[in-house]
Design a protein around this ligand. Structure first.
Ligand SMILES: *Cc1c(COP(=O)(O)O)cnc(C)c1O
Length: 415
């Protein structure tokens, strides 16, 4: 049986899929035929680590993971309370607003004004996301056609790559190195690549390198995007996680940024809400509209009660952020103090929840990470898992409870 056209409905679907259906003889074993794009996806970052970890645990090894970046401390109580109350409101039990409840979008706009002095229109320049990961993946469907190129940081959040693969786009990795402060070098992009490029991802404070960007770099990115007609997506997942008095800026603070950019903010790292799946996009209204169009055809929005809880996060007391930054800063110092004894070195991070450490001479990232697991039962992420410019580095996450982190540090020192 083939695919039947649904009568007279004016859907612009291609009915030739009927002819593409596999014909099978009676008795054939049916096979699942996945799309090419699935085969093209890079291997999932933590899949191999998980496999090795399971193997070690089965051998009875007490494995400590400093691999994944997922806050270990709970969501602040007042936010949990807000969810409890909001979940009792029957109006919240129905389908959410596709673009986010107006009250959520207003809270997001007010937060942008209060936190950064950035003015955005709540209804046309903000959009609720089911986590910024969702927004990153879907923004490709709004802007990238097959053959279009996206400029992606040479080491970065893996969804910048996989989102492009899923949309049939191409990825150009912008060079990043210690020498250029891990600032993605968009200016060296070859002209033939630029001619096909539509989007550029940037993210500072940066995962995995924990680099921060001077505002002058953002200004250059705005000028570059204008010159080459690119949409900039600034992923500001760590906007609230700064150390030693550093408060990360918004990309949209820069003059002209809203002409070329959208920015993604997430409650995940700022308020320990990774499991809640709530974030928002702000910025260029045409880009916000296009992303909203994609989303309204795919998902039906974030649970409204979760949006209400996020409003409490954004507008309620912010002292949890100070405590969180103090916690990560203390852990950062613990890790930094232990690195030399293990032959590792790193720039002291000014933000994020990671230490990006250079492995000893003669090791690759993967070999050093494998050694740490094999010899002392500590998991870290190999730098190469984040892109081609990550060789020679490992990422150590600070989201492990203090006693386990201290134990891991003792083990790393003993290596
Ligand atoms: C954690 C992280 C995200 C994902 O955030 P969610 O809002 O939980 O989806 C996005 N970008 C970067 C750089 C991250 O580190």
């Amino acid at each position: 049986m083939g695919f039947e056209p649904p009568g007279s409905t004016p859907w612009p679907v291609c009915y030739h899929v009927r002819n593409a259906m596999p014909t099978r003889d009676e008795g054939d074993v049916a096979s699942v035929r996945t799309a090419q794009r699935i085969a093209s996806l890079p291997p999932y970052l933590f899949a191999e680590i998980d496999r090795k970890k399971a193997e070690k645990v089965a051998q009875g090894v007490d494995v400590i993971s400093l691999g994944i970046g997922d806050p270990d401390t709970p969501t602040p109580e007042h936010i949990v309370d807000a969810l409890c109350a909001a979940s009792h409101n029957p109006a919240n039990h129905r389908y959410p607003n596709y673009y986010g409840e107006p009250r959520f979008r207003r809270a997001a706009a007010e937060w942008m004004a209060g936190r950064f002095g950035v003015e955005v229109d709540a209804m046309s320049e903000t959009l609720a996301l089911i986590g910024s990961k969702e927004g990153i993946a879907h923004v490709f469907l709004a802007f990238v056609d097959p053959g279009d190129v996206t400029l992606v940081p040479g080491v970065g959040y893996p969804v910048y790559t996989s989102g492009g693969v899923l949309a049939g786009g191409e990825t150009y990795y912008m060079p990043m190195s210690a020498e250029n402060g891990w600032l993605a070098d968009f200016e060296s992009t070859p002209p033939d690549v630029l001619a096909r490029a539509k989007m550029m991802f940037l993210s500072y404070p940066n995962n995995p390198t924990s680099a921060i960007a001077p505002v002058e770099y953002f200004d250059r990115a705005v000028a570059f995007a204008k010159e080459h007609d690119l949409l900039v997506i600034h992923d500001n997942a760590y906007s609230e996680i700064g150390f030693d008095g550093y408060r990360p800026p918004s990309f949209l603070e820069r003059p002209g940024a809203k002409d070329v950019a959208i920015e993604l903010f997430s409650c995940s790292k700022a308020y320990n809400m990774t499991g809640w799946r709530i974030a928002f996009a702000v910025g260029n209204p045409e880009a916000i509209k296009a992303l909203g169009t994609v989303k309204s055809n795919i998902d039906s929005g974030a649970f409204t009660a979760v949006q209400d809880a996020a409003i409490e996060a954004l507008t309620g007391p912010q002292d949890s952020i100070t405590r969180l930054c103090d916690l990560y800063q203390r852990r950062r110092d613990l890790v930094m103090g232990a690195l030399p004894a293990a032959g590792l070195s790193a720039e002291t991070p000014k933000g994020t929840i990671y230490v990006w450490a250079k492995v000893p001479e003669g090791y690759t990232s993967a070999a050093f990470a494998a050694d740490l697991l094999d010899k002392v039962g500590v998991i870290v992420a190999a730098g190469t898992a984040y892109g081609p410019y990550g060789e020679g580095y490992i990422r150590i996450s600070l989201t492990t409870p203090d006693d386990r982190l201290e134990e891991a540090i003792e083990r790393i020192k003993s290596l």
